[in-house]
Each structure stands twice: as C-alpha cells, then as structure tokens.
Ligand binder design. Structure first.
Ligand SMILES: NC(=O)c1ccc[n+]([C@@H]2O[C@H](COP(=O)([O-])OP(=O)(O)OC[C@H]3O[C@@H](n4cnc5c(N)ncnc54)[C@H](O)[C@@H]3O)[C@@H](O)[C@H]2O)c1
Ligand SMILES: O=CCC[C@H](NC(=O)CCC(=O)O)C(=O)O
Length: 488
C-alpha cells in the first residue's frame, strides 16, 4: 500500500505493519506499513532539497497553492468528512465542520502572516530600518487523532506559507485522513518535497523528532509526549519547539438565571466530540446553593438524554464513538478509580457496545476526594466539585499543572472580572462553552498545556524568525566620527 509521500512520490512503508480501525464497528479502515529510519531520512532530505526554492518563490505563488488546496477541500468536502468520520467515530455533522475549519485556515493564515510576520520599513537618517521574517527551514509536524485533519493543518498551512518545508507525522490512529490530506495537496499543485508524509507508530515519531537535520518541531498531542519531546530538545537552543498539549480544564458555575442555557454550555464544554477535545471541561465547579442544585439536576437529566450513535446515523447523534475500544475502556477504568477514592457517580459512563468506542457520557461528584490526581481524562466524564466560596473554587480551579482553557458561567460581570484576573489559562471564556476556539485568535495553554508558543492566529510567530536590518544603498562616511577616530 502506498502510504508515505516523499518528494511527491508515494512509497510503500518498509517498517512495521499497522492498521486503523473504525471505532463504531471494528471494521479495518486502512492497512499499511510504517516507515523505516531510511525512509524518514529520505523525507527529511527531500524537504531540505526543496526548501530554498520554495522559500524563494514569490509569496503570491505560495498563496496560490494554498488557495488551490482550499478549493480542493471544498470540492472534496463530503468525501473527506466521511473519511474522518469513519476513522475517528465522530458524527458526520462534526467532521463536516472539521473540513470547513481546514478550508477557512488558509485565508486566516494569510491574514496572520501579513499582520504578525510581514515586512516593516522605518526611515532613519541616511538609511532604512527593516523588520522581515524568514522561515526556519525544515520542520517536523506531529498531529493528534481527535482532529486529524484540522490540527495538523493548523501547523502545515502557516509553516509552508512562511517558506518552510515539512515532514508530517500524523497519529497512527488516523493514517487514512493523512493520506487523503496529502492527495489533495498534490491535486493543488504542491511542488515536490514541500510536504512529505511519514506514517507509523512511535518509532517513526522518534526517528523524526530526534533527527539532527530538522530545524524545528510543531507538536499537537498529549502532555506526556510533549514533555518527552521537550526533554529531547534540551541542549538544542537553535531548534524551535512549539507544544500544544492537553488540559485539566475547569468550568465554574455561579448564580445563573437561565439554567437551561447553563446546562447547554456545560454539555458543549464537557461532552462534545465525546469529551475528546483538549479544551473540554474536565472539572465542573457548582455552588452549594439552591441555584447550584437546580443546575446539577437539569444537567443530570439532559446528560441521560444525550444521543450517542453511529457517525452516519440518519438522525445525527450529539456524540459518536470514542477513537477506540481501548480509549472507551480507559474511561470506564478512570471512573472506577475515582469511585475507589470516594467519588459518587451521578450519571454512569458505560461502554455501550463491546468491541467499539461507544460510551455514554458520565458525571461524577468528586468533592469528597482528598487526593485527586491532576490528570486529563480524555473522554466524556465531567468531575463535579461542590463549593461554598467563589475564591476557594478559583483556587481549586488553578490547582493543576495544566492551563489550557477555563470558563465562568455567571450573570455577574464583577464575578467575571474577578475570575479573569485570577484564573491561569490560555483560553478564558465567560458565559460561553470553553470548547470551539476560533482560528482567528491565538490558541494555546500555559504550564503542562504548552510552551508559550500559541497556535491558530499566532502560529505565524513560530513559523518564522524575525530579522532586523539597517540598509543603505551605498556606504557613506558619517558627518561626525566617534572620538579618537581619524579617517583621511
Ligand atoms: N492543545 C492542543 O491544541 C491539543 C489539540 C488536540 C489534542 N491535544 C491533546 O492530544 C492528546 C490526544 O492526542 P494523541 O493521543 O494523538 O496524542 P499523542 O501524544 O499520543 O500523539 C501525538 C503524536 O505524537 C506521536 N508520538 C507519540 N509518542 C511519541 C514519542 N515518544 N516520540 C515521538 N512522537 C510520538 C504520535 O504518533 C502522534 O503523531 C490529548 O492529550 C489532547 O488534550 C491537544
Ligand atoms: O482538541 C483540541 C482543539 C480544540 C478546538 N480548538 C481549535 O480548533 C483551535 C483553533 C485552531 O487551532 O484553529 C476547540 O477549542 O474546540
């Protein structure tokens, strides 16, 4: 099977075999072999050979290829949404929005390129001062399985726009999505070597990340892997590493009059994509009050009514399957562990069908647990904390090594101002779900969630480095020389 794209040629993998499975029914979606180390080397060589020529192209030519890609995405949107749904288990309505986000990324990245990394010219006596931006060179891009199209695309598009060339290593759980993405780039007229695709499991990732001839690595994935990469990059200050990782995101609810609206925003925050978004609310803080009781009661009944079904069901479900049966069972086990620590199940998260990734959404009250693990449970399980005092809820919300997203549902603007000043996260929302971040804003977290290299609108920043120049079209002697200097 032709799996890897090197220098615009498809290659059969020479490494270990692997496959992807449709988590809704256990069907094999894709089979192939990963790369071996020689193939990873060849991909990097191809990217290196193509880089100068690509960066030398007039910007308009690079943009034209990106726009062709957006047109290809539009033309093949339904086919692509179907492929993503089959490989991830996400509902079709949602994978259609993923393809839409990929298409929109092109125009947003062009705008960001000009605004954040364009050329600035300032006059100065006898010369001009310029700020320009240059590409790093060859960058490795690693993607996760939950948005196998949109999130790698959020690195690839700004990277090549800036003049870098890329070696892309997708999640081993979503190889078909990656292959289809590259087939659209080829149709868009991508020159050879500009984006190379290497597929495989961890060994492929390790061979690429540790390669001496990459100039940087842009990563979206788990905090564990991101931390490993950070260690690996220690001692290489010349290489740029951009890390987008997970979160243990808090959502605090306080004094809301529209209880149904609050429940809606909690569900959108906690359960969209079966809880498999890095921005999902993992910890829900609800006041111990009549208002808090009413919100929790409505949340419990609405959660029990959430429709979980196949990606292609005629009546579209809110949630599809999780990425794999292993992930689904992992969530069941996480729930059991919390129960063993003293948590109380309010709505049980259950695997709905053996051999699949289908789980029902769960809510668990963890207020009485004293040794809560600071872990990202990457699935549809909301952990409820009942609180009596707003400030202690904010302190507990900040009691995490992560800092990706956070939110407050409250009718009071004063409460929000207070919360915004104190909460530590890269995305902080008020009376809106904490998922669904815009590509037109910076996106990233602090602490164990990232390394201050925000993506989305700010991805332009890590795709190029600034060059400051003072320029004059001829050398000229200054009118006044420095003391002690005589030039005759
Ligand atoms: N902050 C964000 O923007 C963001 C977005 C989506 C997902 N995520 C996070 O991603 C996670 C889910 O995605 P995932 O499970 O695919 O992540 P993951 O870390 O398992 O995998 C991400 C990529 O890294 C590769 N990889 C894994 N181990 C490696 C190693 N030792 N060396 C080199 N490469 C390696 C994988 O093959 C994959 O391509 C969640 O934690 C989620 O919060 C973060
Ligand atoms: O799973 C993590 C991504 C979640 C998603 N964020 C974005 O799409 C950020 C915007 C971008 O990268 O263009 C979300 O917040 O739902």
């Amino acid at each position: 099977m032709n799996t890897h794209l090197i220098n615009n040629q498809w290659h059969v993998g020479l490494g270990p075999a692997f496959e992807s499975i449709n988590p809704s029914n256990g069907d094999v979606v894709w089979q192939g072999n990963g790369t071996n180390t020689d193939q990873v080397n060849s991909a990097i060589k191809a990217a290196r050979a193509a880089q100068l020529q690509w960066a030398d192209k007039p910007l308009e030519e690079r943009i034209a290829i990106l726009e062709n890609f957006a047109a290809q995405l539009k033309e093949h949107s339904e086919e692509f949404a179907t492929i993503i749904a089959r490989e991830t288990g996400k509902p079709l309505w949602e994978t259609r929005t993923e393809v839409g986000a990929m298409t929109g990324k092109v125009a947003i990245s062009v705008k960001a390129y000009h605004e954040r990394t364009g050329t600035t010219e300032n006059p100065m006596p006898g010369a001009k001062a310029f700020i320009r931006h240059k590409p790093h060179g060859v960058v490795a891009i690693f993607g996760p399985y939950n948005f196998p199209g949109h999130l790698p695309n959020g690195h690839i598009v700004p990277a090549i726009l800036a003049g870098n060339t890329v070696v892309f290593k997708p999640s081993e759980l979503t190889p078909h999505v990656a292959e289809f993405t590259l087939s659209l780039w080829l149709k868009a007229g991508l020159p050879a070597g500009v984006i190379n695709l290497v597929q495989g499991e961890i060994e492929t990732g390790k061979a690429l990340a540790s390669h001496k001839d990459i100039d940087g690595l842009f990563f979206t994935g788990s905090s564990n892997t991101g931390h490993l990469l950070h260690k690996q990059f220690a001692g290489h200050p010349g290489k740029i590493l951009a890390l987008e990782m997970g979160g243990n995101n808090p959502l605090i609810v306080k004094d809301v009059s529209d209880i149904s609206a609050a429940v809606h925003d909690i569900i959108q925050s906690g359960f969209i994509t079966s809880g498999q978004r890095c921005t999902c609310a993992r910890r829900l803080f609800i006041e111990k009050s009549a208002n808090g009781d009413a919100i929790l009661e409505k949340l419990i009944s609405a959660t029990k009514n959430i429709v979980v079904d196949d990606s292609f069901a005629t009546e579209q479900p809110f949630m599809g399957a999780m990425i794999s049966e292993k992930a689904a069972l992992g969530m069941v086990a996480a729930q059991s562990e919390l129960v063993s620590k003293g948590a109380q199940i309010l709505v049980e998260l259950k695997q709905l069908k053996p051999g699949t990734g289908f789980v029902s959404p769960g809510i668990i009250d963890v207020t009485s647990i004293t040794d809560m693990p600071d872990e990202e449970h990457f699935g549809p399980l909301i952990k409820v904390y009942r609180y009596t005092d707003f400030d202690s809820a904010i302190i507990e919300a900040n009691n995490t090594s992560f800092g990706l997203s956070a939110g407050l549902l409250s009718d009071s603007e004063d409460d929000y101002t207070h919360f915004l000043k104190r909460i530590r996260a890269g995305i902080v929302n008020w009376n809106r779900p904490i998922t669904g971040a815009s590509s037109a804003a910076p996106f990233g977290g602090i602490g164990a969630s990232g390394n201050h290299r925000a993506s989305a609108y700010y991805a332009a920043d890590y795709c190029a480095y600034p060059v400051a120049s003072v320029e004059s079209d001829k050398v000229s002697l200054p009118q006044t020389l420095a003391p002690g200097l005589v030039i005759e």
